[in-house]
Design a protein around this ligand. Structure first.
Ligand code: G3P
Length: 217
């Protein structure tokens, strides 16, 4: 399973990249706004800054909702760097645009996936990645991980090639459950990635090893 970080915060992206386990970055307009980036010029520069930190796929989201607008925006984003993947919302015009991008060699990430039906449509259109938002599904009392299982099963039976990019990760256990369910990618906040490191028995064991090592110093 590939690890992406789900943030537009350059310090966090650097920290995750320095761990040596980062395969890419996902962003969205809300994450850009969270770090105070707005306006086309600033957003464009920010994508290039991210591409200069991480050597992996970087999702850049369109904000148009009509076919012509999505295509124009997506072409500009894709031209910024070879690693940019155009992130397109799961709407009717978005599906049409994903098919156009597929036919024209531009890679896509279909975002805001909340059902297996949406995942089938995005795969049929040729999306490189599809992003089910598992945390937001859990928030509504449904089971986000169950959706990952269902999409994995459908894609395996049908031979769909889109990669399942589990998004809206809330905690380290979500990452483990996504790995079990066969997600191809998990895009996570830094906190959830670092949370995988932690176990109290590791801390206790290390303290004991270091204490014992002093006996022979
Ligand atoms: O990449 C977008 C997705 O991960 C959203 O996460 O936490 O806003 O539900 P969240």
């Amino acid at each position: 399973m590939k690890f992406f970080i789900d943030t537009a915060d350059l310090a966090q992206i650097k920290e995750a990249n320095d761990l040596g386990i980062l395969d890419g970055v996902t962003t969205n307009p809300s994450l850009m706004a969270k770090v105070g980036i707005s306006g086309e010029a600033a957003v464009t520069k920010h994508y290039i800054d991210i591409c200069n930190i991480v050597d992996g796929d970087i999702s850049a989201e369109v904000v148009s909702t009509d076919f012509d607008g999505i295509i124009a925006e997506g072409k500009k984003l894709a031209a910024l760097h070879k690693n940019i993947v155009v992130k397109v919302p799961m709407i009717k015009e978005g599906v049409k645009a994903i098919k156009w991008f597929t036919d024209n060699g531009i890679r896509t990430n279909c975002t805001l996936i909340f059902s297996a039906g949406q995942a089938i449509l995005a795969a049929k259109a040729g999306a490189t990645y599809i992003s089910p938002f598992i945390g937001r599904i859990d928030d509504t009392g449904w089971d986000g991980i169950e959706l990952i299982h269902q999409i994995r099963q459908i894609y395996s039976i049908q031979g769909f090639k889109s990669e399942i990019l589990a998004a809206s990760i809330r905690n380290p256990n979500h990452i483990i459950k996504c790995a079990e369910a066969g997600a191809d990618v998990c895009t996570c906040p830094l906190e959830s990635i670092l949370g995988l490191l932690k176990h109290p028995l590791t801390d206790i064991g290390l303290a004991k090893f270091l204490e014992d090592a002093k006996k022979f110093a």
